[in-house]
Design a binder for this molecule. Structure first.
Ligand SMILES: *Cc1c(COP(=O)(O)O)cnc(C)c1O
Length: 360
């Protein structure tokens, strides 16, 4: 069977090698006589999986020792609520930079919990860009500054983070974690649902500075406190063991690829194939994002009419390309080129775009 050219936005492509290895181990994991899904989450064998996933993530992102790595559930969407519940205390302000639908959703939850503020927004520009760091308004009572590092729906990405002294930066990295190196030190908390760049759905990664945890609210339900999960090494209740196992396989694969800088080089090459097809089309394809805000992970574009968009998407589908429809809220086309999407798939899409244009 042939693998599809999978450009899904999430859940999305996984490396074929990872799937094959998981398949090999599926019914008998490390001579246990059972699948990893059937192991007790308190067993030695599972514990090894859990800890290796943490240590590989630590190695790949060079996470300093004063950070905790948590494996939670509820997706990035639960983080939208959990962050203000833990950190937005009376008299403090949750400062949000709006760069797309996911930041709007994060803000919406914070508003239910406490005082909020919009430090900057590119909504009026149709979210085609990222604000300049200098243009972000900061308050002295900010509990934190929240950003969405990559805007999955609009196809924009931060290329310079808003790091301010005495401001805790929190980032939703659901769709670009591990696509390029970052300075974890710049952030107080990073979170990401795994299903875009790290593995299957079901597990959310939270990387949080211990200092931030020490000052978190304790008068909220036990399971919603970050400190509960950090005290229990993410084993307070049953974690999503199979998703964490798959995450560990993906992390292993990233290490084999040469680590995060090698992956970044490949991501730049992949995105360039498609952006070049857009830029060299004399306006036949129109990128949504401004050039300096373009995402390495989600490439959004339109053709000259809705009709042509539809024709492009239908023919692409027939040619074996999956997931090129833009998000239902914005329409158009979107190619998600996450870490696991091979260069060949991007090359094939580039060729398809060039041929489609010629045939009109
Ligand atoms: C997909 C996505 C989410 C939502 O993730 P869930 O895991 O479905 O809750 C949030 N933020 C960003 C940036 C996303 O891409």
């Amino acid at each position: 069977m042939e693998r599809a050219y999978n450009f899904n936005a999430g859940p999305s492509a996984l490396p074929l090698e990872v799937l094959k290895r998981a398949q090999e181990e599926l019914v008998n994991f490390k001579e246990t006589g059972m699948s990893v899904m059937e192991l007790s989450h308190r067993s030695k064998e599972y514990e090894e999986v859990h800890e290796r996933a943490q240590s590989m993530l630590k190695e790949l992102l060079q996470i300093p020792n004063d950070y905790e790595i948590l494996f939670l559930q509820g997706g990035a969407s639960l983080q939208f609520a959990q962050i203000p519940m833990n950190f937005l205390k009376e008299g403090k302000i949750g400062n949000y930079v709006l760069t797309g639908s996911w930041s709007e959703k994060a803000l919406k939850e914070a508003k239910l919990i406490g005082e909020t503020f919009i430090g900057a927004s590119t909504k009026e520009q149709g979210y085609c860009s990222i604000p300049n760091v200098e243009d972000i308004a900061i308050n002295k009572d900010d509990a934190y500054l929240h950003i969405t590092s990559n805007n999955t729906i609009y196809g924009t990405q931060w290329h310079k983070y808003p790091v301010f002294e005495n401001t805790s930066l929190i980032a939703d990295m659901s769709s670009d974690i591990l696509c390029r190196p970052i300075q974890v030190n710049d952030f107080s908390l990073i979170y990401a649902g795994a299903q875009k760049n790290l593995g299957p759905s079901g597990v959310t990664i939270v990387i949080v500075k211990k200092e931030l945890l020490e000052n978190s609210k304790q008068d909220i339900p036990t399971i919603l406190r970050y400190s509960t999960h950090s005290d229990a090494n993410s084993l307070y209740n049953t974690p999503p063991t199979f998703a964490i196992y798959m995450l560990s396989k993906v992390l292993e694969w990233v290490i084999e690829q040469g680590g995060i800088t090698a992956v970044e080089t490949r991501n730049v090459e992949k995105a360039k194939l498609i952006y070049d097809a857009i830029d060299e089309s004399n306006g036949f394809y129109r990128g949504h994002a401004e050039k300096d805000s373009r995402s390495l992970m989600n490439i959004t574009f339109n053709l000259q009419s809705d009709e042509l968009n539809k024709k492009f998407l239908a023919e692409a589908k027939a040619a074996g390309f999956v997931g090129l429809n833009g998000h239902r809220s914005v329409g158009g086309c979107r190619a998600s080129t996450y870490n696991s999407v091979p260069v060949e798939a991007c090359e094939a899409l580039r060729q398809f775009m060039i041929t489609f244009k010629k045939n009109q």
